[in-house]
Design a protein around this ligand. Structure first.
Ligand code: ZN
Length: 390
């Protein structure tokens, strides 16, 4: 089959690779119909995480049709249209039973790496370094789906492929930021980043009853899209003193909930944060620019939720502000299995609309160009979505 392979730093190629095969009784094989780019891929593509091997297949946000099922798969049949959580989870360990599927004890196939880096092993993810499970990615004609009854969900008929593909990763990540950030009716919520996760956080915050939602970015077309599709207010951080403006829009206190949805993709072209003013540093990989600003802007006693992807160590982190302002700081990789059925229901009822985020639909052969569009945000690209089945 054909697949998008990582060939080295900033080198991607669509190549012929072996077809995936069933490896155990709970596996199934999915023929991929949609597979989307994600900001979490960029450090991998750039080779900033020295954990990929040449030939690894990228991609983790996907939807497709069941092509083959293992003998123990109960909930799926050949031909079913399914969306699959980007997080691989076994479903039976203590963490999975708490709904913390991305923390699964059993789905990481190289636990020594995450255990040594983070203290405990975490769960797997498609298309990620061997450290996160080594499961081949979805930018391919076919993908092996382990724990099929846990991670794959049948898509209701009325929901289009272009809408449902976001239930794999961006929509649960967005929902998680709002729900675990403890958005309550009447809250003012600020979201850093107007990419797919940021926009879906804004939609989730509104569905959870937030009074005002303010999305912060510097790309005018993304901000316009967020206004049009999420009903959020927006701020361009290149033109605005963000913490001052957020105080102004929240009764002088600051937002109740601040969600960071930029991660390693956050860039430092805006006004320097307070910490950057002290240190003169801004913008290298894993500099938590937006996290810092969220911590500074958040009202005392509020919650900061970090949705953006970080993998290593960050410095210039304002722990003093977290402590002295009484903030709650939370974060997670998305626990898709916990929210996908609810999100698909909302998609079927038209409460949650996501298809506008698929700004560029491309055949798999053009995936390397799709990543360049996505990385540079060329032509208003929010997500490039590949269609391996033509
Ligand atoms: Zn588990």
């Amino acid at each position: 089959m054909r697949a998008l392979c990582w060939e080295g730093a900033d080198a991607l190629a669509v190549r012929q690779v072996p077809d995936p095969e069933l490896r155990n009784a709970h596996d199934m094989i999915v023929r991929v119909r949609r597979s989307a780019t994600c900001g979490a891929d960029l450090p991998l593509v750039e080779g900033r995480l020295p954990l990929l091997a040449a030939g690894d297949v990228l991609g983790h946000e996907f939807l497709g049709e069941v092509a083959e099922v293992g003998p123990e798969v109960r909930g799926h049949r050949v031909g079913d249209r399914v969306v699959v959580s980007a997080a691989v989870a076994g479903g039976s360990c203590w963490y999975c039973r708490q709904g913390l599927h991305s923390c699964c004890d059993n789905s990481g196939t190289a636990p020594a790496v995450t255990e040594s880096a983070w203290g405990q092993p975490t769960g797997g993810c498609y298309g990620h370094p061997r450290a996160a499970g080594g499961f081949a990615g979805s930018h391919a004609e076919y993908v092996r789906v382990p724990y099929a009854d846990v991670g794959a969900f049948t898509v209701p008929d009325p929901v289009s492929d272009d809408r449902a593909v976001f239930a794999s990763d961006a929509a649960p990540a967005g929902w998680m930021g709002a729900e675990l950030g403890e958005v309550r009716p009447g809250d003012v919520v600020a979201v850093w980043g107007a990419g797919a996760v940021g926009q879906l956080t804004a939609q989730a915050a509104r569905l959870l009853g937030a009074d005002r939602v303010i999305v912060i970015d510097r790309h005018p077309e993304r901000l316009r899209m967020a206004e049009r599709h999420t009903g959020a207010e927006t701020l361009n951080f290149e033109l605005t003193d963000v913490p001052a403006e957020l105080r102004e829009r929240s009764g002088g206190r600051g937002p109740d909930v601040c969600v960071e949805a930029a991660g390693g993709a956050a860039d430092g072209a805006g006004p320097p944060s307070l910490a950057a003013r002290f240190t003169g540093r801004r913008g290298p990989a894993e500099d938590p620019l937006a996290v810092r600003e969220a911590v500074h802007a958040c009202r005392k006693g509020g919650t900061v939720f970090v949705s953006g992807t970080f993998t290593g160590f960050v410095d210039t982190f304002p722990l003093g502000a977290v402590m002295n302002k009484g903030l709650t700081l939370r974060s997670a990789r998305q626990h898709g299995q916990r929210w996908i059925p609810m999100l698909l229901d909302r998609m079927a009822r038209d409460e949650l609309r996501t298809e506008h985020l698929a700004t560029h639909r491309l055949p798999l052969e053009q995936a390397p160009a799709g990543y360049a569009l996505f990385r540079d945000r060329t032509d208003g690209c929010v997500r490039a979505v590949f269609t391996p089945d033509g």
